[in-house]
Design a protein around this ligand. Structure first.
Ligand code: SF4
Length: 169
């Protein structure tokens, strides 16, 4: 099992099968147009960002845009359809920052194409919930033989594992 990252947290909230496959390096994201579009968004949405914000590595995760002066994480997404997993991902960043001694970090989810932003805070409930979720992920991923079932959600068609899940089986 790899060290858990924000990507693990995002996938845990999106699809446990995707989490399990990702952790085992069944890695098909490079074939996904959605992932390529996401990377392009990060490179082009705010060309001035490299000057203003830092990319930091923390607890095995990478935060692309962090404002160290204001202690604000900026996370760019192309769509708000996966809002719950997007929020879980940035809350995990905030949890990591707090665990590394940063007091009162906050986050802004940004959807440039939609011209929308969403403020995200870490609450007392989140602080109590996240360690339990990490433990649940470790339990799920420790099972090497049981790949979680497909979830049959509309967003499966945009998932890099779609063919693996629905054509190969
Ligand atoms: S295609 Fe659907 S079931 Fe398969 S990994 Fe992706 S989200 Fe999960």
């Amino acid at each position: 099992m790899k060290p858990l990252t924000a990507t693990h947290v995002k996938y845990f909230h999106l699809c446990q099968r995707k989490l399990w496959l990702f952790d085992r390096d069944v890695w098909m994201e490079h074939t996904s147009e959605a992932v390529a579009a996401g990377e392009l968004l990060h490179q082009t949405a705010y060309p001035q960002r490299a000057e203003r914000y830092r990319e930091i590595s923390i607890g095995g995760s990478r935060i692309d845009f962090y404002d160290p002066q204001r202690k604000v994480v900026h996370e760019l997404k192309k769509s708000n359809k996966m809002e719950a997993s997007n929020v879980a991902q940035v809350k995990y960043y905030l949890w990591l920052l707090e665990a590394h001694g940063v007091e009162g970090p906050t986050a802004i989810l940004e959807y440039p194409k939609l011209r929308q932003t969403q403020a995200v805070d870490l609450t007392a409930e989140d602080r109590a919930r996240i360690p339990g979720e990490l433990a649940a992920m470790r339990t799920l991923l420790a099972d090497e033989t049981t790949c979680p079932p497909v979830i049959n959600k509309p967003f499966c068609k945009q998932c890099a594992y779609y063919e693996f899940c629905y054509v190969a089986e």
